[in-house]
Design a protein around this ligand. Structure first.
Ligand SMILES: C[S@@+](CC[C@H](N)C(=O)[O-])C[C@H]1O[C@@H](n2cnc3c(N)ncnc32)[C@H](O)[C@@H]1O
Length: 235
C-alpha cells in the first residue's frame, strides 16, 4: 500500500476525483474536506461506514483508506444506482476501479436508498460508525437517507451530509433534469430538533456533521495514556 501522500497522488491522477466540491487541491496533494472524512474514519474506527451517492468515488475511497489504515480494518458500504451516467453499472469494473485505488474494502450496491432498505444487506447492517449522505440533493431525499440509517447508528456514530450548507442549482442529471439542491432545508430541521447536534463546515460545497445530542457512555475503564498516568495520577 502507498504511504498517504503517494496514495493521494494516485487518486489525483484521476482528474474527476478533484471535482464535486470537496475542496480538494492537486497541486499540494490536499484532500480538502477529505481530511475530515479520513479523520473521522480514524477517530471513530468504525467496522462499517455507509456512503450514499458519489460521482467518481471520492468519499468512499477516502473512508475506505481510513478504515484500512486502522489496524482492525473495516469496510465501506456504498449505495449508488448510477443515475448520472454508466460509471457504477458494471460491477466487475467497479470492483477493479476501487481495488486499483486501495478500496478493495468497498462493497457497491447498485440501488437507490429506497431499494437498498428493502435488502438483506440493509437488514444485516448494525452499529454503523459513519454515514456519508451525498445522493440526490433534495431535502426530501436527504431526510429519507438520514433516517434510513439514523436508527442503525453506533452510540458514537456520526452522519455527514454533503452539499448541505447552501441552496444551488445542479445540472448533473442532464438537460431538462436540472434541480435545486436544498439539503440545507433538511439541515435546518435537524438544527431545530432536540435530538441532534449539527456542525456546518462551509468549505467546498459544504458538509454538515451530525451526531446524537445524548453523549455516548463514558469509556470504561477510562482510557489513560502513560503520559496521563505520569502527569495526573498521585504517586
Ligand atoms: C453525482 S453524486 C453528487 C456529487 C457528489 N458531491 C460527489 O462528491 O461525488 C450524486 C449521486 O447520487 C446518486 N443518487 C441519486 N439518487 C439516489 C438515490 N435515491 N439513492 C442513492 N443514490 C442516489 C446518483 O447516482 C449520483 O451518482
Amino acid at each position: 500500500m502507498h504511504d498517504l501522500n503517494g496514495w493521494i497522488a494516485s487518486l489525483f491522477e484521476h482528474p474527476d476525483l478533484l471535482r464535486m466540491g470537496h475542496a480538494q487541491r492537486g497541486v499540494d496533494l490536499n484532500l480538502g474536506l477529505g481530511w475530515l472524512y479520513y479523520a473521522m474514519g480514524r477517530i471513530l474506527r468504525p467496522s462499517v461506514a455507509v456512503v450514499i451517492g458519489s460521482y467518481r468515488g471520492f468519499a468512499p475511497l477516502v473512508l475506505a483508506r481510513a478504515l484500512a489504515d486502522n489496524s482492525e480494518g473495516g469496510c465501506v458500504c456504498f449505495i449508488d444506482p448510477s443515475f448520472v451516467d454508466d460509471f457504477w453499472k458494471d460491477e466487475e469494473k467497479v470492483r477493479a476501479y476501487f481495488a486499483s485505488l486501495g478500496g478493495a474494502n468497498v462493497t457497491h450496491h447498485a440501488a437507490t436508498t429506497q431499494e437498498f432498505v428493502a435488502s438483506e444487506a440493509y437488514r444485516e447492517l448494525d452499529q454503523i460508525g459513519l454515514v456519508f449522505v451525498d445522493g440526490y440533493h433534495s431535502a426530501e431525499q436527504a431526510r429519507f437517507d438520514f433516517h434510513a440509517f439514523a436508527g442503525k447508528l453506533a452510540p458514537q456514530g456520526v452522519i455527514m451530509l454533503h452539499d448541505s450548507v447552501w441552496r444551488g442549482s445542479s445540472p448533473i442529471y442532464g438537460p431538462g433534469r436540472e434541480y435545486v439542491h436544498n439539503v440545507v432545508d433538511f439541515v435546518d430541521e435537524l438544527k431545530g430538533s432536540p435530538d441532534w447536534q449539527t456542525f456546518d463546515v462551509p468549505f467546498g460545497n459544504g458538509v454538515t456533521m451530525v451526531r446524537r445530542q445524548i453523549a455516548p457512555p463514558a469509556p470504561s475503564p477510562p482510557s489513560r495514556s502513560a503520559y496521563d498516568r505520569e502527569t495526573f495520577e498521585p504517586r
